[in-house]
Structure formats: C-alpha cells, structure tokens
Design a binder for this molecule. Structure first.
Ligand SMILES: Cc1cc2nc3c(=O)[nH]c(=O)nc-3n(C[C@H](O)[C@H](O)[C@H](O)COP(=O)(O)O)c2cc1C
Ligand code: SF4
Length: 429
C-alpha cells in the first residue's frame, strides 16, 4: 500500500493484519480534529459548503456530488424530523472490497465521517447498513461506537453543543439489491428488499418517509479530512477535476492483486503496472472491467485513461467502485461473462419482469454457447437482451448494470463468441 502520509488520508492509519487504531490512537494521529472544528467553529451549512467545494463525488458507483446530495435535504426549523444518515456498507459488487478495508482498518474514520455528515444535514439518527458477512468489521465498529459514546462524540449534546446523534449498526440479510439505496431503506424498515420508485428521492422522503441521506462508506471516510484540512487541500490531492484520492483495486491474473489509495485520476496503466505489478508471467492482458462487475469492458487501447468519473465514461465505461477486474488471454471471455450473469440472475430481486425473466435467459444462452451448443442467432438474442434490459426498461439499475459487461464483451470479444458457435466447443478448453 502507498504510504505517503499526506497523500493517502483514507488509509494512513491502516496496517494490514493489525488491529485498527482505538479512539486514543486515532485521535493521536489527528483524528476527530474535523469533528472538533465543525462542532465548535462551523455551522452545518459551512460544513456542507466545504464538502461541496471539495468536489467529492460519491464512491458507491454513481459518482453523484456529495455536497449537492446533502443540499437537497430540507433545512430550517420547519424541516421534517427526525432526519437520517445511512452509511451504505452492503458492498456486494463482485471484485470490490475497499469498504471492508476501511471499516476493518480504521473504524473511527467512518464514524467521524458519519457524525460530520449528520451534523451537516442535521440528522438525529445514523445507521451503518453492513453486509452480514463482514463480521470482523462488525466487531470493530461495535467497539469504536462504544468508545465514541463514552467521550460524547455520539449521544446527547455532542461536545457541549445543541447537536445530538444516535448511531446504530445494522447487519444486512446479505443480498446485492440491499446495496441499492431505496431497497436498503425497505430492508432497514423490515420490508422486502425491493427498490422504491424515484422521485421522491430519499433526501426528501427516505427511511420511514423522513429525509434521509445514503452515502457509501468510502465517501463518508473522506469527510473528516476535508473538514480538518479544507476543500482546497483535498482538491489538490487529485490529478483530475474530481477531488481527492480513490481506493483502486485490481483482481485477476496480476502479480500483486490488492487495493491502493492513489490520487483520483491516476492512469489505468499506472495502477496495473506499478501497483498491481503487471500481468503474471505467461499471461497477457485482454481487457478489464474498470469499476467492478457491473461496468463495461475496456481494453489495452484504454490503458492511458485516467481513472476518474468523466474520463472512464468518455472511454465507454464507468469508474464504478474503481475496482479493476482483469481478463487475461487464457481465460474464456464467454465463460467470464456467463459467470457474471449467473451472479446477476441470482441476485435479481424479482420485482420487474425484464430483469427477473431476462437475466436467466441471458445466462442460459451464454451457457449454451460456452458448452458448444450455441446457434448463430444467439448473438442477436444477446444483443436484443442488452437493449431490453438496458437503461429505462427496468425498475432499478441492477439489470442495466448486468448488461454492461455483456454488451461490451459482444463488442470487443465478438470473435470469441463466434468461434464457440462455429467450432461447437470452447476454444479455451
Ligand atoms: C444493484 C445495486 C447495488 C448497489 N450496491 C451498493 C453498495 O453495495 N454500496 C454502495 O455504497 N452503493 C451501492 N449502490 C449504489 C447506491 O444505490 C447509492 O447510489 C450509493 O450508496 C450512494 O452513495 P454515494 O453517493 O456516497 O456514492 C448500488 C446500486 C445498485 C443499483
Ligand atoms: S431491475 Fe432487477 S433488481 Fe432492479 S427492481 Fe427490477 S427485478 Fe429488482
């Protein structure tokens, strides 16, 4: 992991395989200074403004500007109460494990970010919606929450102010759809985890119909640093328009799979070659999903693309969670996509027909091609499904996300699909 102290605010306290800092150690390393500054010297509106100016964009996948999202929450004396802040820690995107790293490695950083976000929107109650499998993160967060209550960083009248905050840890039932923010709200209310229609957006009518902000764990972990050191400092960490650093990951046949905190906008080649160590001996790069399983493949021609929201989008994909999944020359792209679509089909919440029925069809066609029973018209059927399940045809972004690796595989690896069909077998086996 990159260890330049000021350039890696999110991971500066994290040492793999070591206990995370407790409250005292976190504070000794500069932690809770953002909270002290905010509660004692800044109004909620000033905290919000600082986050707006930092150009922090949400790290949960969609990249929505964080300060702008907070500004949609009703303010003032006549605003509905209570208001809620939720840390989305469901993290079930295949290939993505950055939030786990942050929660296990430095739980107080998330708590401080949540307290500051709650202060900015004047939320009275905050939840961490945690993936059930993250039991170690749960243990460490529980301990950190208890410590924060002890010193009145949580509870009534924080640090002698008029602001009070209760914070709860909630372990999820463990479904991919629970990460979608409105399905998360239903799950937290004890209902079936299906997405809600938007509008109304959660900022206006969220948990139990009250104003609610849902933010990703990595997003919230940036906030203490922005408030402690200022928006300009934060913006300068970046190599692009989007502020700050980003935790990038790489998995697949690279020499050193892992995650690294780097300036936002670090070129893909640098991440792959300098940090992931390049391809394993004997393997060549064929393509990669830049932002987790629900993003479009890019190929070698895109290696110079900076990993920021707009640049990756201009290249035809999405930054997503910033977690690269590598396809090498000895892995069958048809089988890789089949495997992904199997996951997406299993994880459909079943609420709308195109996704519920379409994804199993896609998986079945891909399985047929992979097993040597594909027909030439199958490629047309697959293309048709990428349209039928694409944006605007389903209730939430799950199915369109599932179509991204498929539609781009049909574009970049079409000859592999054709070979399977003509040879009636998988050429990689
Ligand atoms: C199917 C699906 C799964 C999602 N899973 C997650 C998740 O596990 N964690 C997360 O932060 N956002 C996830 N999101 C995005 C959230 O809906 C939401 O945009 C995000 O939590 C907002 O936080 P941010 O503004 O800080 O990025 C998912 C979206 C979809 C459509
Ligand atoms: S797109 Fe899929 S996951 Fe989303 S609401 Fe429809 S059935 Fe559920």
């Amino acid at each position: 992991m990159n260890r330049k102290p000021m350039a890696t605010p999110l991971t500066q306290n994290i040492t793999p395989h070591r206990e995370p800092p407790d409250l005292k150690q976190y504070a000794q390393a500069g932690g809770y200074q953002g909270l002290q500054r905010a509660i004692k010297t800044l109004t909620p509106q000033e905290v919000l403004q600082e986050v707006k100016e930092s150009n922090l964009r949400g790290r949960g996948g969609a990249g929505f500007p964080t300060g702008l999202k907070w500004s949609f929450v009703p303010r003032g004396d006549d605003a509905p109460r209570p208001k809620y802040l939720i840390a989305n820690a469901d993290e079930m995107e295949p290939g993505t494990f950055k939030d786990r790293l942050l929660m296990e490695g430095d739980p107080h950083q998330l708590l401080e970010g949540m307290i500051l976000a709650s202060y900015a929107i004047q939320a009275e109650v905050a939840y961490i919606f945690l993936r059930a499998e993250y039991w170690l993160a749960a243990q460490r967060l529980k301990k950190a929450i208890a410590e924060a209550y002890q010193v009145n960083y949580l509870g009534k009248n924080l640090l002698g102010s008029t602001f009070s905050l209760e914070l709860h840890l909630h372990t999820s039932a463990g479904r991919y759809i629970c990460g979608e923010e409105t399905a998360l709200l239903n799950a937290l209310e004890g209902k079936r985890a299906i997405p809600r229609a938007k509008p109304p957006y959660p900022q206006v009518s969220g948990l139990w119909g009250q104003p609610t902000v849902v933010n990703n764990v990595e997003t919230l972990c940036n906030v203490p640093h922005i408030i402690a050191r200022g928006a300009a400092w934060y913006q300068n960490l970046s190599r692009s328009e989007d502020g700050g650093t980003k935790i990038y990951g790489a998995s697949g046949r690279v020499k050193h799979p892992g995650a690294w905190e780097l300036p936002m906008g670090t070129p893909i080649r640098e991440i792959l070659e300098e940090h992931a160590g390049g391809m394993k001996d004997g393997f060549q790069l064929r393509g990669f999903l830049p932002g987790g399983a629900s993003t479009d493949f890019l190929t070698e021609e895109h290696l110079e693309v900076p990993m920021d929201y707009d640049s990756v989008q201009a290249a035809g994909s999405r930054l997503g969670t910033g977690s690269l999944i590598i396809l090498d020359d000895r892995t069958c792209p048809v089988d890789m996509v089949r495997n992904l679509e199997h996951f997406f089909a299993q994880e459909s919440c079943g609420w709308c027909t195109p996704c519920r029925d379409g994804l199993p069809w896609v998986e079945k066609i891909l399985l047929g091609i992979e097993q040597g029973q594909g027909q030439p018209e199958d490629l047309e059927y697959l293309m048709m499904h990428t349209r039928l399940l694409g944006p605007g045809h389903t209730f939430c972004a799950h199915a369109p996300g599932a179509m991204e690796p498929l539609q781009s595989a049909l574009k970049y690896f079409k000859t592999d699909f054709e070979q399977h069909i003509h040879q009636q077998r998988c050429p990689f086996k």
